[in-house]
Design a protein. Structure first.
Length: 344
């Protein structure tokens, strides 16, 4: 089988070998030992379909320890894989130019300060204005070919929550960070601005969370009648108090949908600007956004046009180097301005 080599621009930011056609080289990861060569190459070239990887193998473009690979061959940890990129990626995310605020980056990870209003991943096929699309464009700027690197999402923020989001550039970092989130070894801190003043300056909210009783709604409830409740815990500390509202550091110990918003609302202190969750289980709008409960006419807290929640930091062991890493995100401009005004 003969494929026509394509020309790519080169970058020295990736483990690629300058050649024509360009090459990528990598060792077989421990957890992939005993798998077929096409499956292992598929983990490394995540924007290539299995069909295209098969074409590369059958064309003799994939080598194991310097020997041309057979499509049925299995590989083991420590073996070196070399792939000549005769064909470009064919399972591409749409890349959208965007002025992302990158707050940390190395060969394996990239972290950004997500703005409020941006969703993480496209829910519709033709949508290309999400964080993933912007990250794809960012990675393409230093990759040997457009789409060669694919951003790996390991956690999410609500559309109107700002703050730190970390994504991976390779399959091993993605696997290890995903396990870290599942096993709760990654420490997350959020800054929340809430209505009123909690009775205790420090505490833990240990209340299961489930779906509201409307089976067609995606809203979450801490009430006793919630559907399919699951354990949820959030530690919190009050950082500052103002006239009618407070700034809280929230540290979720679990990762339930809308956890911080619902937990703080359940103790009587919903987030400023939250359109759905009111104090002590009150649902302000239905699933279609129709107003159910009129807001206070003249509340003592300031108005804001989105939920006042910011993902401040992530702390974890680096998935490749093993070194402790803390990534902090500067407070979003609207929340920073709200705080500055209150402190005057």
């Amino acid at each position: 089988m003969s494929l026509c080599p394509l020309q790519f621009s080169m970058s020295n930011e990736n483990p690629l070998v300058p050649s024509s056609p360009p090459e990528v080289r990598f060792p077989v990861a421990e957890y992939l030992g005993g798998r077929r060569i096409d499956a292992v190459v598929g983990r490394e070239l995540r924007n290539h379909t299995r069909f295209r990887i098969h074409r590369l193998v059958r064309a003799g473009a994939v080598l194991i320890d310097g020997q041309v690979a057979d499509i049925r061959q299995r590989v083991y940890p420590g073996q070196q894989i070399r792939v000549r990129l005769l064909e470009p990626p064919d399972k591409l995310l749409r890349a959208t130019p965007s002025s992302l605020e990158v707050i940390y980056e190395d060969r394996w990870l990239v972290a950004v300060n997500k703005p409020a209003g941006m969703i993480i991943h496209p829910a519709e096929v033709d949508r290309a204005d999400t964080l993933v699309n912007a990250l794809q464009w960012h990675l393409d700027q230093t990759a040997v070919a457009a789409g060669l690197l694919r951003p790996g999402i390991v956690h999410r923020l609500d559309r109107d929550t700002s703050g730190v989001v970390v994504a991976t550039k390779d399959h091993l970092s993605h696997r290890r960070l995903s396990i870290g989130f599942q096993e709760r070894t990654i420490r997350k801190t959020y800054l929340a601005m809430v209505e009123g003043h909690p009775a205790e300056d420090d505490g833990t909210i240990d209340t299961p969370l489930g779906q509201v009783t409307d089976p067609e709604s995606h809203l979450v409830s801490a009430a006793d009648d919630a559907i399919n409740p699951r354990p949820a815990q959030t530690d919190y500390s009050v950082l500052e108090k103002f006239d009618g509202w407070s700034v809280i550091e929230a540290r979720p110990l679990t990762g339930r949908l809308h956890q911080i918003r619902v937990h703080l609302a359940s103790i009587g202190h919903p987030l400023l600007g939250d359109p759905f969750y009111g104090p002590r289980g009150e649902i302000r709008r239905d699933r279609s956004g129709t107003l159910l409960i009129e807001p206070p006419a003249a509340p003592p807290w300031p108005a804001i046009d989105r939920q006042a929640l910011h993902a401040h930091s992530l702390s974890f062991e680096h998935p490749i180097t093993g070194r402790p890493l803390t990534i902090e995100s500067p407070l979003a401009e609207d929340l920073s301005r709200l705080l500055s005004d209150a402190r005057r």
